[in-house]
Write a protein that binds this ligand. Sequence first.
Ligand code: ATP
Length: 256
Amino acid sequence: MDEMVAVELLSTHGLTRQYGGLVAVDDVNFKLYQDRLHAIIGPNGAGKTTLVSLICGRTTPSSGRINFKGNDITGLSSAKRVQAGIVYTFQVTSIFSNLSCYENVALSVQRNLRAQQKGTSLLERWSMVSEADIEKAVLKYLLEVGLEGVDNQIAGTLPYGHQKLLEVAMSLAAGPKLLILDEPTQGLAEVEIENLTQLIRKISKSVNVLLIEHNMEVVFNLAEYVTVMDNGSILAEGTPAEIENNHAVQASYLGN
Ligand code: ATP
């Protein structure tokens, strides 16, 4: 990415979250730029999930601010942040295992399409979105993640790797400007990881992606920029090559 034209998408300012005496996120100033696949890594308990929970509004900060696309979103509810385009995979996408793949994605599509309508009442907004619009969108997202043809299958009966793809389809259907993927490859087999890696790369061409990931191969394969957290703070930031050669990171985390 050309630093001269980098556009800031999100920033945190002195962001802090305490749990009793424990400071899970400690005065963090974090910046995300548009069109740059960004990964956060760090040992267990470093504060990665707490940081993204603060960003998506699942957790309230003890102090500090969050800016998204030039607006202070610190006080917004998580639902309002989804509408603003911040979509956290496991916030929107826990799949309904007794519904079909189609129905799962349709729930996300309906919510997003109806939220976009300008009608005054809920009923009015609902009636403005046709079944045909919904079907078209659902099939598009299923195709995008490679799940075409299984629309009628009950989600709970899909192999685990395909359930992950369904979650990604549901997240995309929410219309994200920033898609936060928290350990998407956890529990997947090697071939499924390869498949999901390619999908994330493809998605990142049109949606800003923030990835939290323990699998270093996936991180160094995908990320254009890496933030390393340790003990609630940012330990280092840089390109994957810079991070690999950073002595502090090697000492504390990469185990070299
Ligand atoms: P992992 O890689 O294991 O998911 P992480 O980097 O995401 O770890 P967090 O889950 O953000 O780390 O946790 C940071 C610290 O905050 C940990 O010490 C954790 O025990 C603590 N913590 C997180 N959530 C809570 C909570 N709801 N109540 C109390 N302590 C919490």
